[in-house]
Write a protein that binds this ligand. Structure first.
Ligand code: SF4
Ligand code: SF4
Length: 443
């Protein structure tokens, strides 16, 4: 176990602005305040086009192990588990040599969504998180690889989060995985990959299943940017994301065959959650057929996208229907409370093999290795949004015209409030401070 105290670990992680790098952006120091028996590393990386964690693990294996030990000290966990896939052989080899007795590897099947933390916990420990509950309810804290590497840097060097590693993949000249300063634009990231190879490209922030549509390449890279996926605009993955809510609801209302395939393949449903997407689609068609509990169960949808991209034979998106329901329910302050039911006996076999997923998504022509490359990236300016995490936005503590250096705190969150600080990712001068973002110009 590490020699640093649990309090010091949490304080340094908070001061370094570490948040969940897997997408949610939950402040990590809060997770490290939980008391659990298992500290689980979600290294599944099951979105087919993303290649970050699987390459960081062999590259930084000693730091990853140290980060896990800090996490275990902070949470009191007696067991560390790194859940990863058999195909990540370089990672398995590098980590196996270094594993202390209290940390083990768990080999996950190559299925989607093995990286949905509720499913990762179930596959790696056999424990099932009840609907709407946190992993801590079953004695587990989950973090992804980049987050744990950031924990180690924060504790050992007290160095804040100023970089992000991401994959640029799909219709680009040189698919790659690269580490860039936070706040660099996606346009510059695309240029690092040699630009798009198609005339009319569309862009997804993250993987093909859960990534969102990018409407402007001026969007800056944040602590939670998943990756940059480039596809022809005519590709179904782009077209589906361009559908407006009205179209989504109209399709759901007109063509549902009530086959319930979406429910039979829903990862949350098969492990015993009430969530049944076919009933929610039915509910938007015939509002009187849904019980209040059925409607509220939309809040437990992980938006994994299996129901839309894998299950539905007629092009309905139960996920988007759920997202709309969730927005309404959250606005009214509603909460879901329901029991954990029996898991489907065939649950393990209902998860989608990644190879099949790549075909199903029409990605065979765009699937590339995207090797890790060291590149010097010196953007002339960076735009750092004040809200890159769940909780209160950071409050600027610098003024326009002030000189800052990389790693310097430029926005903070009051002690006691949920949130983390933000740091300059390059040396330069503060060009502007708004209620949304701070811009730093190199110089
Ligand atoms: S997106 Fe669909 S498949 Fe995934 S959890 Fe939600 S309802 Fe289930
Ligand atoms: S899979 Fe599609 S058609 Fe079948 S019940 Fe679900 S939404 Fe309806």
């Amino acid at each position: 176990m590490s020699q640093v105290s649990a309090d010091t670990i949490r304080d340094r992680v908070r001061a370094a602005g570490v948040v969940g790098a897997g997408g949610a952006g939950f402040p990590t120091y809060v997770k490290l305040a939980a008391k659990v028996d298992i500290f689980l590393i979600n290294a599944a990386e099951c979105e087919p086009m993303l290649k970050v964690d699987q390459q960081l693990m062999p590259q930084q294996a000693p730091r990853l192990i140290r980060g896990i030990l800090y996490g275990m000290t902070a949470t009191g966990a007696t067991q560390g588990i790194i859940a990863l896939k058999e195909k990540y052989q370089p990672a398995i080899e590098a980590l196996t040599l270094l594993l202390p007795p209290q940390i083990r590897l768990h080999i996950l099947p190559d299925v989607y969504p093995a990286g949905d933390e509720v499913i990762t916990i179930w596959l790696a420990t056999g424990r099932r998180v009840p609907p709407a509950a946190l992993p801590t309810s079953v004695g587990v804290v989950v973090n992804n690889v980049q987050t744990v590497l950031n924990i180690a840097r924060a504790v050992e060097q007290q160095y804040p989060v100023t970089r992000r590693t991401l994959t640029v993949n799909g219709a680009v000249r040189h698919p790659l995985t690269v580490t860039v300063p936070l706040g660099i634009s996606l346009r510059e990231v695309l240029a690092l990959a040699g630009g798009a190879t198609v005339d009319d490209p569309g862009f997804i922030n993250g993987g093909p299943m859960m990534g969102g549509l990018i409407t402007s390449l001026d969007t800056p890279v944040t602590k939670t940017t998943g990756g940059l996926l480039v596809l022809p605009k005519a590709h179904p993955l782009i077209q589906r994301r361009m559908q407006d809510d009205r179209t989504v609801l109209t399709i759901a209302r007109t063509v549902c065959e009530h086959c319930r395939l979406c429910t039979d393949l829903c990862p949350r449903h098969i492990i015993g959650h009430e969530l049944s997407p076919h009933l929610l689609v039915r509910a938007v068609n015939y509002q009187n057929v849904a019980t209040p509990s059925t409607l509220l169960s939309a809040l437990t949808c992980s938006e994994c996208n299996v129901c839309e991209s894998v299950a539905c034979p007629v092009g309905i998106s139960p996920m988007r229907v759920n997202r709309l329901l969730k927005a309404e329910l959250r606005a009214s302050g509603a909460r879901y409370e329901g029991p954990l039911r029996e898991a489907d006996e065939m649950a393990r076999y209902r998860l989608t093999p990644v190879k099949r997923l790549i075909s199903k998504l029409g990605l065979r022509d765009w699937y590339q290795p995207a090797p890790m490359e060291e590149m010097s990236t010196e953007p002339s300016q960076v735009v750092l949004p004040l809200r890159q995490h769940i909780g209160a936005p950071a409050t600027p503590c610098v003024r326009q015209g002030e000189r800052v250096s990389r790693g310097q705190c430029i926005a903070d969150v009051p002690l006691g409030a949920l949130g983390v600080s933000l740091h300059a990712s390059i040396d330069g001068v503060i060009a502007s401070v708004t209620d949304q973002a701070i811009t730093v110009v190199r110089g």
